[in-house]
Ligand binder design. Sequence first.
Ligand SMILES: [Zn+2]
Ligand SMILES: [Zn+2]
Length: 272
Amino acid sequence: MPLYICTACGTQYPESAKAPVQCAICEEERQYVPPRGQTWTTLEALSQSHMNGFHEYDTGLIGIGSQPSFAIGQRALLIRTDGGNVLWDCIATLDAATVNMIKGLGGLKAIAISHPHFYTTMVEWARAFDCPIHLNAADRDWILREDGAIRLWQGDTFKLWDGVTLVRCGGHFPGGTVMHWAGGADGRGIVCAGDILTVATDRKWLSFMRSYPNFIPLSAREVEHISKALAPFRFDMIYGHYFDRVIAKDAKRVLEKSVARYVAAVNGTRGY
Ligand SMILES: [Zn+2]
Ligand SMILES: [Zn+2]
C-alpha cells in the first residue's frame, strides 16, 4: 500500500489504501491548506519530477535540497565529522543518487530534526542509512509515521559526538531544536537553526514566530528563552532553513541584538 506524502508540507503518512482525508500538520495554525485544496503524492511519484541539489558551504558542511522546490522548500544539512555524519533537518525527496552519494561520504550515523514541519520522510532516510532519528520528546504528538528508529530525547540539551549538540530552544514548537557544532566555521562554531531562529531576508538579523505563514508572533518571554538556551554556546555563523539564508559572521551578536529588537517591538518599547 502507498505511503502518502502531503504536497503542502511534505509529511509522509503510514501505509494506507486511500490518501488521508486531511493533513494534521497543515490543518494546524502553524501551517495551512493551500487554496487549491489538499493534494498528495508518494516518494515514487516524486522521484519522477524532483531530484536533489547539493551545495558545499564549507569543509564538512553540505546543503541538500529538493529541485525544484517541494512543499515548504527547506534544505537539509549534512555535517561531516571524524566520528560520523549527521543529517540536520530532513527533506521529502530521497532518491538513489542521494543515497549512493551520502554512502560514498560515509553514510549517516544519525538524523536530528528541528521541529515537526521538517519530519517529512525521515523514516525513509533512517531506513536507507540504518541510523536513528533524534527528536525532542515535547513534539512527540506530531510524529505521524511512527518507527523504531525514532529516539526521543528529553530536557534542554542532547550531545551527539565531536562537539555536536542538540539544543532545545522552544518557541515555534515546544520541542523546537537547533544544532550547535563547535567545530564548524574553522572552530569558531556554527548553529544550524531550521526556522527556530529564522535568518531574515537581509541576512543581517534573525526573527522568531509561532506561525510563519499565518504571522502569529511569539511572546517576549519565549524569545528571551531562545537566547538563554544558546547563551552557553560559542558560534560565529547561523545556517537558516533555506539554501541562501546564512548569517555569515558575528552570529552570536546578531542573535543578541535580534532578540532585543524583537522584545522591544512586541513590548511596545522600541525607541522610534
Ligand atoms: Zn501537510
Ligand atoms: Zn516550521
